[in-house]
Write a protein of this length. Structure first.
Length: 157
């Protein structure tokens, strides 16, 4: 089984933009967004992806993830089957130390939210967050994209 191990943080300034080695616009929807099992369709540029994720572990750091690239036309068709709501964001890739950070800047109803994630090879791997990284929110469900689709950032108190 493929295991995704990642930590998630809020971003405190926009210095990541100047540090980014690349960026890409992402639109994604969910065929299934049940807690503990999601099926996501993603369009990133001219590529489509289908992703299945299992439940997070107790710490919220690791979970099963299966992802396959699919033809763009198929991803567009599958988007029509998705639950209401979409995630629209730009993803910036920032090299920092031994890691590549994925910084997601959200749009639409999630405008104003910027989150950084780093994938790890093990749950006990140490990581030095870059200066733009703030509070850790790993395991906090409200920061999962599948949750943001249902309860967007603009509705939080």
């Amino acid at each position: 089984m493929a295991q995704e191990i990642e930590r998630k943080f809020l971003v405190k300034d926009d210095s990541y933009r100047q540090l980014a080695k690349s960026s890409s616009r992402i639109c994604q929807g969910y065929i299934c967004s049940a807690r503990g099992r999601t099926v996501r369709v993603r369009i990133c540029g001219e590529k489509g992806y289908l992703t299945i994720k299992g439940p997070s572990d107790a710490a919220g750091i690791g979970r099963y993830e299966w992802e396959k690239e699919i033809p763009l036309a198929e991803a567009e068709e599958l988007m029509r089957l998705c639950e209401p709501g979409r995630i629209d964001k730009t993803r910036y890739l920032v090299e920092a130390g031994r890691h590549t950070w994925e910084v997601d800047e959200f749009y639409g109803e999630n405008q104003g939210l910027v989150v950084a994630e780093v994938e790890l090879s093990s749950e006990d791997e140490t990581v030095e967050p870059p200066a733009f990284v703030g509070e850790e929110v790993t395991g906090q469900v409200k920061y999962y994209n599948s949750f943001l689709m249902k309860e967007p950032y603009c509705r939080w108190n």
